[in-house]
Design a protein around this ligand. Structure first.
Ligand code: ATP
Ligand code: MG
Ligand code: MG
Length: 555
């Protein structure tokens, strides 16, 4: 039976349940390798697996696939846990492939005893060469028919550290003529003389992915082991390995594959992201331009927006690229509902209201969020000298310019209607002050007729004597190219956008923002959405622009 509202993975599960699988057997896992930070692609897998856990009320394990100590670190383990929790998911058990090293070793010894694995002393290059091509059979290793005793002895000595890295490997003895290259006597173990972040120097042989992954699924009794499409051709090997360690009464996991999530204007592989970090192209894994979960968090993305993005981009059987504008749409939608409205001027020019008393200050109430009736108000100080955005004034303007110009009226948001009267310029001809008069009866909310008088434009502003100075960081795409790693003739590192970070040293914000806290989200009215950066201090406020109010990339 096929149900349109289910994704194809859910359909597989429904079919299994219909065929008699007991619902209490359902169990999932998210299996990151701790060799980098999680990115928005991982979020697809996290939302899929943990989403299935919620849907079927089934446990989901967090399994660290930590079988390669040359690339893995505790820092990454910690970051991965932090990011999954932040996304709002809870794992049933925290598991590590390294916890199964002894069991995996014991099973490997069993395979040798059954004549299904052998130690090969050839170089890995030579072994790869002997695999042949998909249309021609491979060449058997001269060690393929070594005796069980010799294999057991060599394997034990591998484990005891008697051999240098690269001298010996353990291989499964399957079929050197198989049309599936993964079945041509794949490697199970290699020697790596490096301390592991959890097992230290206990082991110097480490299992390969194919040998560790399915067996770990079996140990944890995962029902559906969901991985990305590139592992489809590994499925035969996944099943072959399980055949060797299970009997017909055992409950066996099954591997199913879905498409990787790709995002336009970025690279996603951890190896490439690490290159961006190590080369200093970005300030770290959590640089707000990175497609990492921690980068998006620092940029001001919310867990809700990332979960929504996952829902909208869906689970697919075929590889495709999702537009980054969809991600921006999701955060904009969320922040529109939740962000506190404030005023901040990023490129200030001074306005003097000549008919407003010099010593007067009024506290004007401003709605925190028109989308949320419960969000209340806060006060904004108004005085004779203000900043507005430089681009909101033109000395001479045509009828299509609805901002401030000489002789025309605009409203200052939640305040008064003002009219441009004259400008003061410096010697170079730059405008340094705009002199305006104000309709003193027009204050918003004052109940007068003039308070509701309609004028064409509304501008944001801050009172100069009350404003707080802040640094504002604006971000653009990190890459100039839509698919930076899809070119055979160009390296993604050569496609970096040189202007992806714009630092505004002196922005002026309403004083309410002095008390902003780490997770607070703001809409600087007419400008965009902003959040406090982790480098911000009370003496030096720093805000990150999360996203603009509109899709500025839309054609
Ligand atoms: P990378 O190349 O970024 O290192 P990976 O697949 O090697 O990716 P893992 O840490 O092994 O990274 O991934 C953990 C889980 O997340 C795996 O099940 C993997 O298939 C899934 N995953 C990784 N990248 C994506 C992606 N872009 N889209 C969907 N799922 C992904
Ligand atoms: Mg992997
Ligand atoms: Mg990887």
């Amino acid at each position: 039976m096929s149900d349109e509202s289910l994704n194809f993975i859910e359909q597989i599960i429904e079919d299994d349940l219909a065929a008699g699988l007991s619902p209490d057997k359902l169990r999932f896992r998210f299996p990151p390798e701790p060799n980098g930070y999680l990115h928005i692609g991982h979020a697809a897998s996290i939302c899929l697996n943990f989403g299935l856990g919620l849907k079927y009320n089934a446990p989901v394990n967090l399994r660290f696939d930590d079988t390669n100590p040359t690339k893995e670190e505790q820092e990454y383990v910690d970051a991965i846990k932090r990011d999954i929790e932040w996304l709002g998911f809870k794992w049933a058990s925290e598991c590590y492939s390294s916890d199964y090293f002894q069991q995996l070793y014991d099973w490997a010894v069993e395979l040798i005893k059954q004549g299904k694995a052998y130690v090969d002393g050839q170089s890995t290059d030579l072994i790869a060469e002997q695999k042949g091509t998909p249309t021609t059979p491979g060449t058997a290793s001269p060690h393929r028919d070594q005796s069980v005793e010799e294999n057991l002895d060599l394997f034990e000595r591998m484990k005891n550290g008697e051999f240098a890295a690269g001298t010996y490997v353990l291989r499964a003895k399957i079929d050197m003529a198989s049309p599936n290259m993964h079945m041509r006597d794949p490697l199970l173990y290699r020697i790596i003389n490096k301390a592991h972040h959890r097992t230290g120097n206990e082991w110097c042989i480490y299992p390969m992915y194919d040998w560790a992954h399915g067996q770990s699924d079996f140990i944890e009794q995962v029902s559906h082991s969901l991985c990305t499409l590139e592992f489809k051709s590994h499925r035969e090997l996944y099943d072959w390995f399980l055949d060797q360690i299970t009997d017909k009464n055992d409950f066996r996991p099954k591997q199913r594959e879905f498409a990787r999530r790709n995002l336009s204007y970025t690279v996603m592989s951890k190896r490439k992201l690490l290159q961006l970090v190590q080369s200093g192209t970005v300030a770290g894994w959590d640089d707000p331009r990175m497609p990492t979960i921690s980068g998006l968090r620092r940029r001001g993305y919310t867990p809700e927006s990332i979960r929504k993005f996952s829902e909208l981009s869906g689970i697919s059987k075929r590889d495709s690229v999702t537009e980054v504008s969809l991600l921006e749409f999701c955060i904009r939608e969320d922040l529109n509902k939740t962000a506190t409205r404030v005023m901040g001027v990023l490129d200030p020019v001074k306005v003097v209201i000549t008919n407003y008393p010099a010593d007067k200050v009024e506290m004007l109430p401003m709605e925190n969020n028109p989308e949320d009736p419960d969000s209340g108000e806060h006060d904004v100080p108004f005085s004779r000298e203000l900043y507005i955005e430089r681009e909101d004034f033109q000395e001479e303007a045509d009828n299509k310019f609805f901002r401030l110009t000489l002789g025309k009226e605009v409203r200052l948001k939640s305040a008064y209607i003002i009219k441009g009267e004259s400008v003061v310029k410096d010697d170079a001809g730059n405008i340094v002050e705009i002199h305006c008069t104000c309709d003193l009866d027009s204050r918003s909310g004052s109940g007068t007729e003039a308070s509701t008088r309609k004028v064409k434009g509304t501008l944001h502003w801050v009172s100069i004597q009350h404003a707080v100075k802040a640094e504002v960081r604006e971000y653009d795409r990190l890459f100039l190219d839509e698919a930076p790693d899809a070119h055979s003739d160009k390296n993604f590192m050569d496609l970096i956008n040189p202007n992806s970070l714009n630092i505004i040293k002196e922005a002026y914000l309403e004083p309410f923002l002095k008390d902003a806290k780490a997770d607070d989200k703001f809409q600087f009215q007419r400008v965009g959405y902003f959040t406090l950066d982790k480098d911000s201090t009370s003496d030096h406020l720093i805000f990150n622009k999360t996203v603009g109010l509109r899709d500025s990339w839309a054609k």
